[in-house]
Every structure is written in structure tokens, then in C-alpha cells.
Design a protein. Structure first.
Length: 361
């Protein structure tokens, strides 16, 4: 049975006091750093407004937080389970190793038990964690122009067919279908909040999403249908431009995006997206306010659906829409990212206000 956590104020007092009574029962997630810690962590304690509390490591990971390198919150769980401890150590020592359930069994562990343990602690099985990292490596190799078989082997898959199968789950098609002359090109962009997938053509940007978004495969499928085009690997000028603009954004230099966009949606959805781009960085609005601004105060649900259908994250800032009660509400990239993006943009707003005040004086 789960430990019933007290209210957040009580938990924060326990965190400041480094209360060992919560060891293994509760964890603090720090929104400003994106990490989660044990209550006894020796690091300087965060401010109350930057803390979120969860009962399990899995919940912290599911909300996008990574383990602290000072207090190692995953270590107690790993130490309590020899299979987790052994497999994590081996993966860290040999990140390119090809793993199968037979390998796990050869170490003396029951594969089904290992699956449940990893899923319970980390939200993904061991094989899923390993294959995701290899898939990403393979994507990078193929984007550089290597053959499918070379990409698959370098990514650590046991066979080219294994790589094609995994890649198909992400892009919805086999790499063997790529001819190098597709109208649309997909590539990775690294950001401080995780890698993003960009899809562009010679006219502009069609898609920009975080790579771990669960609906990404269906979004790519819908994009191919809307454009009647396949998606290859590589990039056009729009992807280079948005990468530069994202760099300035995350460095705190500019929240302006000028990259040309290719939008796929109804006339109403496009009006919603246009209105989203009118919301200044550092400000948030509710769905109801957005609907009223469009002249349809009773269309809150339709506005929410259009908001959720946005396929160009950050550039079309759907993260600036919150619930009427001030809650963050849903965000395809994860609520932790939405929180971070809002915090980043508040710094833009403070800088603009400061510069305006200085200019007047």
C-alpha cells in the first residue's frame, strides 16, 4: 500500500529539515533544474514554489525529471533489486551492447520479473530504454547519409530488420522506403528540454515536436496524408532556421520565431494558432479568454481541441494556455516542460520590462 503523503507545505518543511522519515516514501522534483531528489539530499534546498512531490521514482520520471547526481535517488531502488542494479551497471559500461531477454535470463534473472521491476521503477522496460537510445543513434547516422544497414549496425541492433522495425514505430514507415529525394525531411534538434523532431520542406516548417511525445508517430502519419508526401531524413533551410531560433530562445536572447510555417488544419484551427502567436512571451491565457478573443466565447472546447492539434511546438506557443483556475492542464510535451517554458518566458518579460523602464528614465 502506498504511503499517504501529507500536504505539500508539510512535505516542504520535511525537505528543509532533511527528514529521513520520508526516505523511499517521497521525492521532490525541482522545476527550475528538472531533477528529482531524496529528502536527505545535501544540495541547497529549492524555493517552495519550485517544488513538486511524488511518491515514486516512476512518477518523477514520468513527469520528465532526471535523477540528481548528488543524492542518487535511483540508487536505493537499484540496490534493493539486484537485477536492476546489475543491468543498469552493465548498460552504463557497455551502452552499445545488443540486449535480448535471453541475455537477461543468462544472467540468472527472470525476464518477466525484470520487465515488471523496470516498469514499476522507471516507467519503461530495460529493453525499451536500451532500444530507444540505439534508435536515436541510428537516426543520427542515417541523417548523415549512411546506408540503412550501416545505421542499424552502428546503432547496435542485431539486424537491419530490427532497426527498420523500431524506426517504423517512430516515423510510421521503414527506412528502406527512403529514396533520398522525399519532399519532406526529418531531423533531430537538441534542446535543454530534450531532443525535438523537425520536419520541413523547401517552403517551410511542417512539424516541431519533442521526440518522446507519445502521439508523434500518428502526427507524422497525419502529416504524410495531408501533404501526400513521404518523409525522408535530412533537413531544409527551415529546419536550420528554427534550430538557430531555438538556440537563441533557450539562451534567453529572443522569443521571436520568424521561420516560415506550413500549417495543416481547418480554418478555425489556423485562427486559433494565429491567436496563440499573439500572446506575448511571459504571459498566459485561459482557453475561455482565447475563445473570447476569437469572437467565439462558447467555443472553449473547440479552442482546446485546436490547441491540442498544434504540430509546431514552441513556435506556435500552445504552452501559454492554462486552465481557468490557473492550473497548467495538459501539454503533449509533458507538464514539466510546460512549467519550464513558462518560467523561461517570464524571464524574457522581466528583461523587456527592465529595458523599457531604463529607456524611459
Amino acid at each position: 500500500m502506498m504511503f499517504d503523503l501529507p500536504d505539500d507545505d508539510t512535505l516542504y518543511e520535511a525537505l528543509v529539515a532533511k527528514d529521513p522519515g520520508y526516505e523511499g516514501r517521497a521525492y521532490v522534483c525541482v522545476t527550475t533544474t528538472g531533477i528529482f531528489c531524496r529528502f536527505i539530499c545535501p544540495a541547497r534546498k529549492p524555493n517552495r514554489e519550485n517544488c513538486k512531490f511524488h511518491e515514486t521514482i516512476a512518477a518523477c520520471i514520468e513527469n520528465g525529471f532526471r535523477p540528481c547526481r548528488r543524492c542518487h535517488p535511483m540508487a536505493p531502488a537499484a540496490e534493493a533489486d539486484p537485477a536492476i542494479c546489475t543491468l543498469l551497471d552493465l548498460h552504463q559500461q557497455h551502452p552499445a551492447r545488443r540486449w535480448s531477454e535471453k541475455d537477461i535470463a543468462a544472467l540468472g534473472f527472470d525476464p518477466s520479473t525484470v520487465r515488471r521491476s523496470f516498469k514499476r521503477h522507471f516507467g519503461a522496460t530495460f529493453l525499451e530504454i536500451v532500444r530507444l537510445s540505439r534508435l536515436r543513434d541510428g537516426f543520427t547516422v542515417m541523417a548523415a547519409g549512411e546506408r540503412v544497414i550501416d545505421a542499424g549496425l552502428e546503432a547496435g541492433f542485431e539486424s537491419p530488420s530490427g532497426f527498420r522495425s523500431a524506426f517504423a514505430r517512430l516515423l510510421g514507415q521503414s527506412p528502406s522506403h527512403f529514396i533520398g529525394h522525399e519532399r519532406l525531411k526529418a531531423d533531430w534538434i537538441e534542446t535543454p528540454l530534450g531532443p525535438m523532431i523537425t520536419v520541413s520542406d523547401r517552403q517551410g516548417l511542417h512539424l516541431l515536436e519533442f521526440a518522446d511525445r507519445k502521439l508523434l508517430p500518428s502526427e507524422l502519419k497525419r502529416l504524410r496524408k495531408a501533404t501526400q508526401s513521404e518523409i525522408g531524413l535530412g533537413r531544409f533551410a527551415a529546419s536550420d532556421q528554427v534550430e538557430e531560433e531555438l538556440g537563441r530562445y533557450f539562451r534567453g536572447e529572443s522569443a521571436d520565431f520568424k521561420v516560415p510555417l506550413c500549417l495543416h488544419g481547418s480554418a478555425f484551427a489556423r485562427r486559433v494558432w494565429d491567436q496563440l502567436r499573439r500572446i506575448p512571451a511571459g504571459e498566459t491565457v485561459s482557453y475561455a479568454t482565447l475563445a473570447s478573443a476569437l469572437g467565439h466565447p462558447n467555443a472553449t472546447r473547440a479552442v482546446a481541441r485546436a490547441n491540442g492539434a498544434n504540430q509546431i511546438g514552441l513556435v506556435i506557443p500552445c504552452h501559454r494556455v492554462i486552465g481557468a483556475d490557473g492550473s497548467l492542464t495538459g501539454y503533449g510535451g509533458g507538464l514539466w516542460r510546460k512549467q519550464r517554458l513558462i518560467e523561461i518566458e517570464r524571464q524574457f518579460a522581466k528583461r523587456v520590462a527592465k529595458n523599457t523602464t531604463g529607456a524611459r528614465s
